[in-house]
Design a protein around this ligand. Structure first.
Ligand code: MN
Ligand code: MN
Length: 277
């Protein structure tokens, strides 16, 4: 029998932050209810508080609740609120897991991380590259967070996994910033060990196949299995300084299964943060 991996610091706490914004979605509202649904699944009596590695995670997570966002399309005020809230946690030495909300939340989050890390690799699981220069005239759209973050120099490298909807425009955008785009069919041969830390992980639940994560606004068949997503978390060379789980749309979910997928990702991310700090 294996014993649980040793934690670097048992007093280490991870901050959990809910950001219920769906006003920057391009197709369907509903992701504003995502944080509450993931919390319910996280504390559901159907599971326990440990990760698969037996690391106890729930007692190492401090839930800060939801940010008081206005949830208005293109809101610079909301974006600034997110950046400053995350910056406060980073200044306190915390690792941060954020719950979306749509994917627009990741740009203001990454502004805070970019301000404290000279070198940062962002690993991004998604069906979509989210690199649009402009979509619907909203620079803060959930289709553009990584374009904005690259323009601002928030990261040194962006690696996108599970991408299966890249348009010629988004390919051009990717080439402009040397983005590594890995399609599902290329995933098995992509070597994660070469990634340089620290690492930030952004998981758009539509990167998973809709058969495992139907509770999203954009169903894009041909995605990752849940086990492939866990294997990615396991393979991150670390340290894992921050992460988000976004785009859960409870109105689209079936029997709460995508909320449970999101909650389990939070647990496995938290374990990776605690062990590979
Ligand atoms: Mn996305
Ligand atoms: Mn997506």
């Amino acid at each position: 029998m294996h014993s649980p991996p040793k934690l670097h610091s048992l007093s280490n706490m991870i901050s959990l932050l809910g950001i219920g914004i769906d006003a920057n979605s391009s197709h369907m509202m509903g992701t504003a209810e995502g944080p509450a649904a993931i919390r319910r699944a996280l504390h559901s009596g159907s599971g326990n508080s440990s990760a698969e590695s037996s690391v106890e995670v729930i007692s190492h997570i401090e839930d800060l609740g939801d940010l008081p966002v206005a949830n208005e399309k293109g809101s610079v005020v909301d974006a600034d609120l997110i950046t400053s809230a995350v910056a406060v946690q980073l200044a306190a030495g915390r690792q941060v897991i954020s719950l979306g909300g749509d994917h627009s939340v990741t740009y203001p989050i990454l502004r805070a991380f970019g301000a404290v890390h000279d070198q940062l690799t962002v690993v991004h699981i998604d069906a979509h590259p989210d690199l649009y220069d402009d979509l619907d005239g909203n620079p803060l759209s959930h289709a553009s967070p990584f374009a904005r973050a690259l323009e601002d120099g928030c990261m040194t490298r962006l690696v996108q996994l599970g991408i299966r909807t890249a348009t010629p425009h988004q390919r051009t955008q990717g080439e402009r910033w040397n983005v590594t785009m890995v399609a599902p069919r290329e995933l098995a041969s992509f070597d994660m060990s070469g990634l340089e830390g620290p690492i930030y992980l952004s998981i758009d639940l539509d990167g998973l196949d809709p058969s495992v994560a139907p509770g999203v606004s954009h169903h894009e068949p041909g995605g990752l299995t849940f086990r492939e997503a866990l294997d990615i978390i396991d393979a991150l060379p670390g340290p894992l300084v921050g992460a988000d789980v976004v785009e859960l749309n409870p109105a689209q979910d079936l029997v709460g299964m995508t909320a449970m997928v999101g909650a389990k990702l939070v647990k496995e991310i938290a374990a990776a943060m605690l062990v590979r700090r």
